[in-house]
Design a protein around this ligand. Structure first.
Ligand SMILES: CC(C)(COP(=O)(O)OP(=O)(O)OC[C@H]1O[C@@H](n2cnc3c(N)ncnc32)[C@H](O)[C@@H]1OP(=O)(O)O)[C@@H](O)C(=O)NCCC(=O)NCCS
Length: 148
């Protein structure tokens, strides 16, 4: 049987695994400095899911203005998807910022990413805008927004 999934804030020692997960799951090329930068800036916006020794998911974000937070990256490892981990991570992100007086949460998602769009919709996010050629490969992004 697999160990239970637990949730906690990011720790610097998670960097290697989070980076591996990000580069596996997201079609972007991330470097560790970016993750450490945001971990320092807003530690309450960086959560991981782990089972035993394995980091199997994370959500990372920032605060853009006093009242607006932004999800920058969310990923769950292949073998752990469709078990509610992405939802729990996003919930933790929203809860952390509700307690800090943030009123709006925004994010960008590939227009073709039906799974992620469905997850965010199920959590009350709505499509607000389109940014053309937002991603390195030229794909457009939907901007999705949720009020808290
Ligand atoms: C998107 C992602 C984070 C979802 O994580 P997850 O742990 O599988 O999500 P959940 O189990 O919490 O899913 C919640 C709901 O979202 C929807 N959903 C999630 N993945 C889906 C998929 N591949 N296809 C259709 N709907 C999906 C479903 O409605 C799901 O509920 P259900 O399983 O009861 O039907 C994960 O698939 C992933 O890491 N993908 C690659 C990286 C990525 O796209 N990140 C988002 C970038 S903005």
């Amino acid at each position: 049987m697999r160990p239970p999934v637990q949730y906690r804030l990011f720790d610097d020692e998670d960097l290697h695994e989070v980076l591996r997960l990000a580069n596996d799951a997201l079609d972007e090329d991330y470097d560790g400095g970016l993750f450490l930068h945001f971990a320092r800036l807003h530690p309450e916006a960086f959560h991981v899911a782990e089972a035993g020794d394995e980091i199997l998911g994370f959500v990372m974000g920032t605060v853009q203005r006093a009242y607006q937070a932004r999800i920058l990256a969310l990923a769950v490892a292949d073998g752990w998807r469709r078990q509610g981990v992405g939802t729990r991570l996003t919930q933790r992100f929203l809860t952390a910022f509700r307690q800090h007086g943030v009123k709006r949460v925004t994010l960008e998602v590939r227009v073709s990413n039906d799974g992620a769009k469905e997850l965010y919709r199920s959590m009350g996010f709505e499509t607000d805008d389109v940014i053309e050629e937002y991603y390195n490969d030229g794909e457009d992004a939907y901007v999705m927004v949720r009020t808290l």
